[in-house]
Ligand binder design. Structure first.
Ligand code: FPP
Length: 249
């Protein structure tokens, strides 16, 4: 089975200013489904097809890391049937796509408290990470059972353990030490955070890592967030002046 063609529409993006790391809160599957007269699961299935397109488009555009919020630690509060459906969809999608991800040289990471996931899903994710670990094109990082505060708590536990073992002095704890204990040490912080479907909040996503990220919110629901929408988001990003707290004349 060959790999499918990725078509990138005409655009005027500055290739020198493509964001290195793009993070996405993929919201609005349910609203999109309702608006089209379908149930929520149809919206999630459509969201999967959009995600596939966006991963390949991000790679083609030269983005080096793409982190997407697939399932938050709060999403367990959804009806059991929807949670089960999402877990099944993720297992199906990763198994269906892994060969193409490998062929394209895309590195897969899955971040979050994975030990709470169904065993078969843990296995699918572990296999995907193992098969793609040496790849250096784009890193596709799927946040699953992920919470930004939980990630900070898990990092603090690691730092505390290092102090307890005598490996680290309290005085030497700094931002870098904390970053090194997050789920993806070495991954640059997101330059651009995209949220679809219009809500103006972070929803516990990448709280530590988004300190200086540029935020782009679009009204477009996730299933309709295709490559042209990603290009619009990057165009908007390229107009921003990033100051990182400093004054820029
Ligand atoms: C938000 O829509 C979306 C999610 C909670 C899950 C994201 C899942 C996908 C994009 C499906 C494919 C994922 C993988 C990894 C294959 P919502 O249900 O919160 O929408 P609403 O706010 O309109 O109800």
């Amino acid at each position: 089975m060959g790999i499918s063609e990725v078509t990138i529409p005409e655009h005027d993006l500055d290739p020198a200013r493509i964001p290195t790391h793009v993070a996405i809160i993929m919201d609005g599957n349910g609203r999109w489904a309702r608006a089209h007269g379908h149930d929520r699961s149809f919206g999630h299935a459509q969201g999967y097809h959009t995600l596939k397109e966006i991963v390949f488009a991000a790679d083609a555009l030269g983005i080096k890391c793409l982190t997407v919020y697939g399932f938050s630690s709060e999403n367990w509060r959804r009806p059991q049937e929807e949670v089960g459906g999402l877990m099944g969809l993720m297992a199906y999608a990763m198994q269906a796509e892994i060969d193409e991800l490998v062929e394209r040289g895309i590195r897969v990471r899955v971040s979050g408290r994975l030990d709470a996931l169904p065993k078969d899903l843990q296995q699918v994710f572990a296999d995907a990470m193992r098969r793609t670990d040496s790849f250096t094109r784009i890193t596709f990082n799927l946040a699953i059972n992920y919470g930004g505060r939980a990630e900070v708590v898990d990092a603090v536990k690691q730092v505390a353990a290092r102090v307890k073992s005598g490996e680290l002095n309290i005085e030497d704890i700094d931002e870098q030490q904390i970053s090194d204990c997050m789920y993806n040490p070495g991954m640059p912080d997101p330059d651009l955070l995209i949220r679809t479907a219009g809500e103006m909040r972070l929803s516990n996503f990448l709280l530590w890592e988004t300190a200086y990220s540029e935020i782009y919110v679009t009204q477009v629901c996730w299933p309709d967030f295709r490559t042209d929408q990603l290009i619009l988001a990057i165009q908007d990003y390229q107009k921003r002046v990033r100051r990182f707290g400093a004054v820029v004349e």
